[in-house]
Design a protein around this ligand. Structure first.
Ligand code: FES
Length: 132
């Protein structure tokens, strides 16, 4: 099989899988990395919410270390929300709750929120498409 033929078939298979499954499973189209913001941007606020590969991410400092959470619930992949008052991430689908470090404190999620790897390049934060 020629390389171009292989690529066409691979892309067609990936697109088919995406049409059958959720957007979560479309990793063939995911960006390997993305510049999120300048380091100074996150230092000026308690947290930032952005998007990476069609999913929300949450940037904050935990014990002085920059942490980038995926806001996708580990149960059924709903998007969790940060509740400042209780300092918890809350999932609107089945009331799963995570503490500020992403650990499950209540509800059905089977594990903590994923944390993305990142790199600082020229005082800019780059999120990588890999979990820690
Ligand atoms: Fe989040 Fe069920 S999807 S608790």
């Amino acid at each position: 099989m020629k390389r171009s033929e292989f690529l066409k078939k691979s892309l067609a298979a990936g697109a088919g899988a995406c049409m059958l499954g959720s957007v979560e499973s479309c990793s063939i189209f995911d960006d390997p990395e993305m510049k999120v913001c300048a380091v100074a941007d996150i230092e000026a606020v308690p947290f930032l919410v952005s998007r990476f590969n069609r999913k929300q991410i949450f940037l904050t400092y935990l014990d002085g270390e920059l942490t980038i959470f995926s806001l996708i619930c580990r149960h059924k992949k709903c998007t969790v929300e940060w509740e400042e008052r209780d300092e918890e991430f809350v999932c609107p689908c089945h009331d799963g709750r995570y503490d500020r470090t992403g650990q499950v404190i209540d509800g059905p999620p089977p594990g903590p929120l994923h944390r993305y790897r990142y790199e600082i390049r020229n005082d800019e934060i780059w999120v990588l498409n890999e979990f820690l």
